[in-house]
Design a binder for this molecule. Structure first.
Ligand SMILES: [Zn+2]
Length: 457
């Protein structure tokens, strides 16, 4: 193993690849991301395995799809049978540091495993939703990361979660005036946040690495855990993510720079979040783990790269991309999810308020019906998946010709639907039973508070 190959993963929550100048976008400015892409390799066709923070991170941390790592709902924890990223590096002699920006990335769910230091300090609470904390100011995230870089031994492994690119309604820190743009269209505001993140967080972080003489010995990865559906549902609010398996939310940013990574390179072909850990162990000389479903993106001859598994079982969706086709199995139409979001936002905005009796009754009725959409009401995720495979509505898209998924080809190409359905069935044959986080009744209530704060209940 090379003693001097450090690893630093920087996560920009919700960052969409098609909003980066490195991939041709003109609506924002990101000189430091451009620099990392220019000096390293950019993966334009990168996918996450689930469109929400915790399930997606669980795939990053294990190199496994959700049916194998087990963390498929907010009440589940990472499988104890798997090794997670920081454990792999710590065992190889690395100093490890984790800075999560959301309390659902909890110790109880297994996310802190292997980290010498892992802290949720500095996160804010949404007023009235004390149990859920998220978002850390850019300057505080930067200060904490710099402090660790200055005192850590090498080799090191760091994972830094930056939340300032997350959707605006969940932001607890205001964007400085200089970067603030119109909230409507929302996409412009999003671009302002991306520009701020680049200039005020990423640039000084890379400067710090450089100033400490560590940059060229460090594999820097910029990744987003999922994308963002930027269509507006109201002034200053977007659809967000976690409501579908559409390309806008499943495509992620992936850029790698450092020793062993070809500079000035644009990777041809698909990359998945489950490929990142296999790539890293390959680059630093740690033997691959038998648990890996992902493959190294920099060496060898990958065999499964043209197949991407995706799930969002809490909302009743599963999908498989194979080659140019994507099969989506759905329990209900996306339009219904949109109307549900409106209801959820009403419930959230009126939580705890004194309301006239008729409005209160309406709110309570909505709350009950919305709760029924959540996984617990649907049943265990494994059962949801079985129902999807047996009875789910199939939609088929040819992504090269139709990247925005407007034309459903399921009726026209039944053999392709059958083939992808068969592959999806095969993929989940390895499913392991998941286990819930151990919780008292009080903790269960707190979790429901968290979910309510996020709009899931
Ligand atoms: Zn996220």
């Amino acid at each position: 193993m090379s003693e001097h190959r450090n690893v630093l993963i920087v996560v920009f929550d919700c960052l969409r690849p098609d909003h980066l100048p490195s991939l041709g976008y003109r609506g924002t400015s990101t000189p430091t991301i451009d620099r990392l892409a220019g000096e390293g390799t950019i993966f334009p066709d990168a996918y996450c395995q689930a469109p929400n923070t915790w399930i997606s991170h669980a795939s990053l941390f294990t190199g496994c799809n959700p049916y194998l790592h087990g963390l498929r709902t907010p009440t589940r924890k990472l499988s104890a049978d798997l090794q997670v990223m920081a454990e792999v590096f710590r065992e190889a002699g690395y100093a490890t540091y984790g800075l999560p920006a959301m309390s659902l990335l909890s110790r109880e769910a297994g996310f802190a495993r292997g980290f010498d230091e892992y802290t949720l300090d500095g996160l804010r609470s949404e007023p009235g939703v004390l149990a859920h904390r998220y978002d850390r100011a850019a300057d505080e995230t930067l200060a904490r990361t710099k402090d660790w870089l200055r005192r850590t031994s090498t080799p090191f492994f760091g994972w830094i979660h930056y939340f300032g690119t997350h959707k605006v309604e969940d932001q607890l820190f205001d964007l400085p005036e200089d970067y603030r743009r119109s909230y409507s269209p929302y996409a412009q505001h999003y671009d302002g946040k991306v520009s701020f993140a680049d200039e005020r967080f990423l640039a000084p972080l890379i400067d710090e690495l450089s100033g400490l003489g560590l940059l060229d010995d460090t594999i820097v990865i910029l990744w987003s855990d999922h994308g963002e559906d930027l269509r507006e549902i109201e002034h200053g609010r977007s659809w967000g993510h976690n409501w579908s398996l559409a390309e806008q939310v499943m495509r992620t940013v992936l850029i790698m720079r450092g020793p062993g990574i070809p500079p000035g390179n644009r990777h041809e072909g698909i990359a998945r979040s489950i490929d990142i850990l296999p790539t890293l162990v390959d680059l630093v000389g740690i033997p691959p783990l038998s648990q890996f479903e992902g493959e190294s993106l920099v060496q060898g001859s990958p065999t499964h790269m043209n197949t991407v598994y995706m799930e969002n079982l809490c909302q009743g969706f599963a999908a498989l991309r194979h080659g140019k086709y994507k099969l989506v199995l759905a329990q209900r139409e996306v339009a219904e999810v949109g109307s549900w979001r409106w209801k959820a936002s009403l419930i959230r905005r009126t939580a705890g308020q004194v309301m006239p009796a008729n409005l209160r009754r309406l709110r309570n009725r909505l709350r009950r019906s919305d709760a029924s959409l959540w996984c617990r009401e649907r049943g265990e995720p494994e059962d949801v998946m079985r129902r999807l495979l047996d009875h789910g509505t199939a939609r088929l898209y040819e992504l090269e010709a139709d990247p925005d998924e407007h034309h459903d080809l399921a009726a026209a190409l039944p053999e392709t639907v059958a083939e992808l359905r068969r592959r999806l069935t095969e993929s989940i044959e390895r499913t392991v039973p998941g286990s819930d986080i151990d919780m008292s009744e009080e903790e269960q209530e707190q979790l429901e508070d968290r979910l309510r704060g996020l709009g899931y209940l």
